[in-house]
Design a protein around this ligand. Structure first.
Ligand SMILES: Cc1cc2nc3c(=O)[nH]c(=O)nc-3n(C[C@H](O)[C@H](O)[C@H](O)COP(=O)(O)OP(=O)(O)OC[C@H]3O[C@@H](n4cnc5c(N)ncnc54)[C@H](O)[C@@H]3O)c2cc1C
Length: 393
């Protein structure tokens, strides 16, 4: 096993590192307070090839390996966690569309996602709950030329900014759980769709909200994957996003640790730099250890994916362990900055609130542990599981 990046992978990462340093890091806090994404900045990222590098060449992507996409996501998230959400959404949703939507839809939308012009969201969670994702109720009824959607999706990232979304809906009355669930590619400007915006404590530029479907009629070509059997097939894409989420969370924690190493060499207490006290350096030494281990886990997971090996359990490990541990690391860095750390002038509160959301989004720690247990001992581990390919949005 070789976890050292190749020269090519490093070259792609360097472009992202430069962009993060020059365009993102200094203005992260400013952007983090605004409730909308800077779409011009996103288009600049697109022009540099920083969005969806893993997406297929036939749809305008570079068809790069998943590890390179991870390296680029981590680099961008070091400068601005929220902007890296765009990469996450593009890789996850673009991959879903490329694999499971019709060719016309892919040809029309994926190049624009890669260019930073369009955002595709994910509509899985409903008001009744997100952990039991397959128990969804939004209804899709067949019409003469397509489908009619009625119901609500909630907690959708970028709900009021996304241009389209993959919407999971129940297409068979008689079944429960994942059987009878279909997925649809929906242009969110369709008649009958309305959206709301939540006032979240973090990740404000991306935001979340509800999307309401009131007799929304979509053409039959919008059906993705196999009717009534979309859940298991499409959820496999989450094994990728969970490793990317890990890398997204590692970056702001690493930035916090780097800044704290610098601070403790300048700041003095009791007549000596803070760096002289082991009570100060040991938590940072522990954080560096944890960050190194977590980074290895995430790239190992992407490496398994690149080589065509199963990585469901590893992806769930990334998803439950990394957001939790990186929150703890950022918290520690805030404390080591003393009272300055508690101000909104420094980025620690913002990074903490931003990363915290991903302890819930894409499925909580409990759900990820259920996925790991199922991978180890089979469905006996899931007395509550009604899903074919477990997890949540
Ligand atoms: C920042 C953010 C972004 C998000 N983005 C999206 C998105 O783009 N699209 C989308 O569809 N959804 C999105 N979500 C929703 C997210 O996927 C759900 O919030 C999540 O799956 C949990 O669902 P819930 O909030 O309904 O909690 P519930 O399912 O009500 O669970 C509540 C608590 O009970 C625990 N729990 C539930 N069942 C079990 C069990 N069997 N064993 C042990 N514990 C259990 C959970 O872990 C949780 O702590 C996002 C959420 C956040 C915070």
């Amino acid at each position: 096993m070789n976890f050292l990046p190749t020269d090519d992978q490093l070259a792609f990462r360097d472009t992202a590192v430069r962009f993060a340093r020059e365009k993102l890091a200094g203005t992260y806090l400013q952007r983090a307070r605004i409730h909308t994404l800077d779409r011009q900045l996103v288009r600049e990222m697109g022009a540099l090839g920083l969005i969806g590098p893993d997406l297929p060449e036939e749809f305008g992507g570079m068809g790069l390996d998943y590890t390179t996409a991870g390296l680029m996501t981590e680099a961008i998230a070091y400068g601005d966690f929220n902007i890296s959400y765009i990469q996450l959404l593009a890789s996850l949703m673009g991959g879903m569309v490329a694999q499971h939507a019709g060719r016309d839809i892919s040809m029309e939308w994926i190049p624009r996602v890669i260019a930073g012009e369009k955002i595709i969201g994910l509509g899985l969670t409903e008001p009744r709950g997100g952990s039991d994702a397959a128990g969804l109720q939004l209804k899709a009824e067949k019409t003469a030329n397509g489908w009619r959607l009625n119901g609500e999706k909630t907690s959708m990232s970028a709900a009021d900014q996304a241009d389209a979304a993959v919407i999971f809906a129940r297409t068979e009355d008689s079944t429960t759980g994942s059987n009878g669930v279909s997925a649809f590619f929906v242009d969110l400007t369709e008649k009958g769709i309305s959206r709301t915006h939540f006032d979240d404590i973090g990740t404000k530029p991306v935001g979340r909200g509800s999307v309401f479907f009131d007799d929304v009629v979509i053409p039959s070509e919008c059906l993705m994957a196999t009717e009534g059997r979309a859940f298991g097939t499409i959820m496999a894409g989450f094994d990728f996003s969970r490793a990317l989420i890990g890398l997204e969370c590692i970056a702001p924690a690493q930035a916090s640790v780097d800044e704290t190493w610098a601070y403790i060499q300048e700041r003095e207490a009791f007549g000596a730099p803070l760096a002289q006290y082991q009570g100060v350096t040991f938590p940072l030494a522990e954080a560096e250890t944890q960050l190194t281990m977590m980074r290895q886990l995430c790239y190992y997971t992407l490496n398994l994916r690149d080589s065509g090996n199963s990585h469901t359990a590893e992806a769930a490990m990334c998803k439950w362990y990394v957001p939790k541990t990186t929150c703890e690391i950022i918290h520690q860095c805030l404390i080591l900055h003393g009272h300055y750390g508690y101000t909104t002038d420094l980025p620690f509160h913002q990074r903490y609130n931003d990363v915290l959301g991903l302890q819930i989004g894409d499925g909580t720690a409990q759900i990820q542990k259920l996925v790991i247990a199922r991978e180890k001992v089979g469905r006996v581990a899931l007395q509550y599981d009604k899903q074919a390919k477990g997890g949540a949005a």
